[in-house]
Design a protein around this ligand. Structure first.
Ligand code: ATP
Length: 716
């Protein structure tokens, strides 16, 4: 009886999810039937009509009937025990596709490769003609010998030699044998032959002894291709794979992701960075899954991040990934602030701390500035408190006088520091007298408690790390012992929107020599990525921690779609009408309302958008109400609220000249020129974050004059 497996091509681009429901049901019925039939029964089964396509290139490819209009394509090595489901397509397309396929065990990578041999042979001569006059080719620096060492066969080698640039490589990729395509992509991204060997080839299982038995070799290759072929253990797992949407990330990690997530152990903390949509959250969740298998009784894991919305998404994702509900009990998924809240609540015998509202903070500083007749305004005082005093945990005047104010643009001579310290002391004394915290101060206090009481978690996995403040890092540092695999940190400095700069090293978190960067975007189309990247205007950003510069080199997507649309309106009402029209078109095109987001800068606008959508008969929910995945309705929220999330279609509205950069969010140059530059970058990143949430469609709009970031990028 055959064993079932699924190839990644089956799910690709949401293909399976996009099939009509009754077809998916029929696929499921066929899949249930396969394992019950002997090869002879399978061939004879009238309903399945299991047979090779005529003039098939590969002797092991078969198609079967799903219904009169759809057929499935499988790879079923004759005499072997496994049946790999490749695709379900409309009748004629299925035959056509199946006929062109070839498949083989790669003798070097030892994985099973399946590819469109017909297209490769057709495209190569045309590319060769095109490349004839080119002065340079993409792989000029790699010898034929090296390419063969990495697993390229003669046909792929010929194709590789005709590739002029990365754009051409992307044209070839869908037609090339899969491991070989991957090798070429890694080389094109600048990895050395040795690195590619290490990452893609060396870690694969050893070759089985050559018995000359082709079927055995193919079966071994199927088992040795976990990044593209998932073996199904039984009926339950089959149902699981077929019934849960967007399952791809759970099953098929890219080698660069798998290497990071499933490395048995790191001798200390580890940091993974990558542009939007490169799967950092996915890797973080897989790391939790891996760590769970090593946990000792009584030990716990903290999976933490910045926003509540992302906590909900991570919790849901982890529940999909980790099958055992008992294991899930060993993981706490919370924001860092919520973790501080827990520590403070426990230490106060169960009574929860009170917080000063963020919006009330400036008035406090203003009152102190006036009372003490200070030469500084509320904004300056607040920043001094957060970026110097809290960041370095300064507790007394002496330390404050000695403190480095690196990164602050306005000098404060030592003679003025006592006055500033007085202001800061009054601020904290007021908080203490009233028994209230700011969120950051709560983190600092919680860190002090844990430093005394000892850590609570064996491992901590952090997502969206770029926005954490040093006080939050101190809490995390204190929450896990300094041991191998203590902190696993994922983040993207290009999405830093909360003005956090840290030196992890100074906080006792050392990731030197233990970092990785992910480059392949799985979320958005290349069009959305290129468009969004222009908003950053090639500006370098400071690395995730400990300075340095982070870049988006090599960052790309293999998905293609429409170029994002940008449009202006005369006034806000007109813009909202335009946005509602856009959303209506998406809904009419069959997009689920929960897969659509409209984001604006201000709550007042969000309220208007929601009302306008509802007036048009479109269900809408505020993101701030933390709607569960099952709640219908277009998600409406602030640009900030989109952080870490994703939707098929996104409308980013209100990108007006006056709203971005928003004067109140940007420190004037004359107050602090360094802070001014940082704030401007955060504003830019805010738009970048909002736009890169879109998977298929992005619509950006404004009223009156557009934001200078849009005009600079040449899109408005
Ligand atoms: N190996 C994979 N195969 C298929 N899909 C993947 C893979 N890795 C990630 N994805 C998908 O790509 C999308 C983005 O992943 P994820 O949210 O983890 O990225 P991220 O780097 O954390 O993004 P951001 O920083 O923009 O929030 C998700 O839909 C995820 O399911």
């Amino acid at each position: 009886m055959p064993r079932l497996a699924f190839a990644k091509s089956f799910f690709k681009g949401g293909d399976y999810d996009a099939l009509p429901k009754h077809i998916r049901k029929r696929v499921r019925e066929a899949m249930d039937k396969f394992p019950q039939l002997t090869p002879a029964q399978l061939k004879a089964d009238k309903g399945l009509n299991f047979k090779p396509p005529q003039q098939a290139r590969n002797p092991h490819v078969r198609t079967f009937r799903v219904d009169d209009n759809f057929r499935g394509v499988v790879y079923a090595p004759e005499g072997g025990g496994t049946l790999v489901l490749l695709k379900v397509l409309p009748h004629d397309d299925a035959y056509d596709w199946a006929r062109k396929l070839d498949a083989a065990a790669n003798p070097v990578t030892r994985g099973l490769e399946i590819w469109d041999a017909d297209a490769l042979e057709r495209v190569t001569p045309a590319m060769e003609r095109q490349a004839a006059g080119a002065a340079e080719r993409l792989f000029d620096d790699v010898s034929d010998g090296d390419l063969r060492t990495l697993g390229l066969d003669e046909k792929s080698l010929r194709a590789a030699r005709s590739i002029v640039d990365e754009a051409q490589l992307e044209v070839f990729v869908p037609y090339l044998p899969e491991d070989q395509a991957e090798v070429l992509q890694f080389l094109a991204q600048g990895f050395s032959v040795e690195e590619v060997w290490r990452d893609l080839v060396a870690h694969r299982a050893a070759a089985p002894a050559d018995t000359g038995d082709e079927t055995a070799a193919i079966e071994a290759a199927i088992r040795n291709t976990p990044t593209r072929i998932a073996l199904v253990s039984g009926a339950e797992e089959l149902a699981d794979i077929l019934e849960r949407p967007f399952a791809e990330w759970r099953i098929f990690l890219h080698p660069s992701q798998r290497r990071v997530a499933y490395k048995p152990s790191y001798p200390g903390s580890y940091q993974v960075t990558g542009g939007p949509g490169t799967g950092k959250s996915v890797v973080a969740m897989h790391r939790v899954k891996h760590l769970l298998t090593h946990l000792r009784p009584g030990e716990r894991i903290l999976l933490t991040t910045f926003t509540n919305a992302l906590v909900s998404a991570l919790r849901a994702g982890l529940a999909e990934l980790v099958e055992d509900p008992e294991q899930l009990e060993w993981v706490d998924v919370t924001t860092v602030n919520m973790q501080a809240n827990r520590v403070l609540t426990e230490s106060a015998g169960g009574s929860a701390p009170q917080y000063l509202r963020d919006a009330d903070v400036p008035a406090r500083w203003q009152a102190i500035a006036e009372r003490l007749e200070l030469p500084w305004n509320a904004q300056f005082l607040d920043q001094e408190y957060r970026h110097v005093v809290l960041a370095q945990r300064i507790d007394d005047l002496e330390s404050y006088i000695a403190a480095s104010r690196h990164g602050r643009g306005t000098p404060v001579p030592p003679s003025q520091r006592p006055l500033l310290w007085q202001a800061i002391s009054e601020f904290t004394a007021e908080l203490d007298a009233e028994g209230v915290h700011t969120h950051l101060r709560a983190c600092d206090t919680a860190a002090r408690i844990l430093e005394e009481q000892g850590p609570r978690f064996r491992h901590i996995v952090v997502d969206e790390a770029q926005d954490l403040h040093p006080a939050q890092w101190r809490l995390l540092r204190a929450a896990a012992p300094v041991k191998p695999d203590d902190l696993f940190i994922a983040g993207d400095p290009h999405q830093r929107i909360y003005d956090a700069k840290v030196s992890l090293k100074s906080l006792g978190i050392n990731v030197v020599g233990r970092t990785a960067r992910l480059k392949r975007n799985y979320r958005s189309t290349q069009e959305i990525l290129v468009w969004s990247r222009a908003l950053l205007d090639s500006r370098p950003v400071e690395g995730l921690a400990d300075g340095g510069v982070d870049e988006l080199t090599g960052f790309r997507s293999s998905l293609q779609g429409e170029v994002p649309a940008a449009a202006g309106a005369a006034d806000q009402d007109e813009e909202i009408t335009m946005v509602v029209r856009r959303v209506r078109a998406w809904v009419d095109a069959g997009i689920d309302t929960a897969d659509i987001a409209v984001a604006v800068r201000f709550n007042s606008a969000a309220k208007k958008v929601k009302e306008a959508l509802e007036a048009d008969g479109i269900a809408a929910v505020r993101l701030s109400s933390d709607p569960g995945a099952d709640t219908a309705g277009v998600r409406v929220g602030s640009w900030y609220a989109l952080k870490g999330l994703e939707f098929r279609c996104v409308a980013v509205a209100g990108v007006c000249e006056w709203a971005l950069p928003f004067a109140k969010a940007v420190t004037p140059k004359e107050v602090d020129s360094i802070q001014h530059a940082t704030d401007m970058m955060s504003e830019r990143c805010l738009l970048f974050v909002a736009c890169t949430r879109a998977r298929d469609s992005l619509h950006v709009s404004w009223y009156g004059e557009p934001s200078e970031f849009l005009t600079e990028a040449g899109v408005a």
